[in-house]
Design a protein around this ligand. Structure first.
Ligand code: C2E
Ligand code: CA
Ligand code: CA
Ligand code: CA
Length: 279
């Protein structure tokens, strides 16, 4: 391969992430990725802390490029957002996640919540809510079992559009979760203004919680705050038993993390749920 040829090394691509030509190239590749079937979803289980039962799964997008290899979502989602490709990709994610959940239930698995990450760009696109509702109808997925995870980061510029879309979805009984809670600047105003069902405590808090009494107090306050206004709390990024035990003591409703289950592809999810049913 010549100096201008494609690099097969994913790391190299990531290291030069802010190189303009490089993200241009990724954008070009991403355009075809959906059609070529290079995108797929992995599913990570979420558990009720007390019963340890599965409450749901988070759908996480994966891109396997034939030459560049595995490209993590943190590397290509920002590009998808800049180019607007996140809109068709996001619709594909929703359709795929709802279809998977529907098929599992048809196979007799007990109903659980399917959580899908929604970019602020999607939320502000015209007819977002209508598209979600039509995908629900098309896949036969029930709205109560769909949870949309939104982040506070970039939402602010089009507050009215987002609010309108989320309120419409809320009246149709779709669940809304606030992702990466506590990492933005306006967490409280999101809680006040949006119809939120669940708050996801960011992994960074969980990571530091056992070494810093300040972080621990913050986690505890978030849990108390959310619960006092009737919102469920899920902590993400649980990697150790000690973290799990600490969150259980603080009455955190739900947990998600490598300790309890890593993201898995559809086939692995399928056998995982068959086993789960028998237990
Ligand atoms: P997120 O929504 O905060 O997702 C959680 C991330 O933490 C996932 O990374 C997950 O694999 C990882 N994770 C889960 N448990 C643990 C743990 O115990 N320890 C550690 N160290 N990590 C854990 P992933 O899959 O690389 O996704 C990164 C981000 O990309 C997501 O962060 C989300 O913001 C975005 N993303 C992923 N899929 C989609 C999608 O379909 N649409 C949109 N708009 N964004 C997505
Ligand atoms: Ca998420
Ligand atoms: Ca998160
Ligand atoms: Ca995140």
């Amino acid at each position: 391969k010549g100096p201008s040829g494609p690099s097969p090394d994913t790391e190299a691509v990531l290291d030069t992430g802010d190189d303009f030509s490089c993200s241009d190239r990724l954008a070009q590749e991403l355009r075809g990725a959906l059609d070529r079937g290079e995108l797929m979803l992995h599913y990570q289980p979420q558990f009720s802390t007390e019963s340890r039962h599965i409450r749901g799964f988070e759908a996480l997008l994966r891109w396997h490029h034939p030459k560049l290899g595995f490209i993590p979502p943190d590397a290509f989602i920002p590009i998808a957002e800049q180019t607007g490709l996140i809109v068709p990709i996001g619709e594909w994610v929703l359709r795929e996640a709802c279809t998977t959940n529907r098929l599992l239930q048809e196979a007799g698995v007990e109903p659980f919540v399917m959580c899908v990450n929604i970019s602020a760009v999607q939320l502000q696109a015209p007819f977002f809510a209508e598209h979600v509702l039509s995908i629900l109808k098309e896949t036969g997925h029930s709205p109560e079992q769909l949870e949309l995870e939104i982040t506070e980061s970039k939402l602010i510029d089009s507050w009215e559009t987002a609010l309108h879309a989320l309120n419409l979805l809320h009246t149709q009984r779709v669940r809304i979760a606030l992702d990466d809670f506590g990492t933005g600047y306006s967490s409280l105003s999101y809680l006040r203004r949006l119809p939120i069902h669940l708050v996801k405590i960011d992994r960074s808090f969980v990571e530091d919680m056992l070494h810093s009494s300040k972080e621990k107090a913050l986690v505890e306050s978030i849990i108390l705050l959310a619960r006092s206004v009737g919102i469920d709390v899920l902590a993400e990024g649980i990697e150790t038993e000690a973290q799990l035990e600490c969150l259980r003591r603080m009455c955190c409703d739900c947990v998600q993390g490598y300790l309890l289950g890593k993201p898995m592809d559809r086939e692995v999810l399928w056998s995982y749920m068959q086993r789960y049913r028998q237990e």
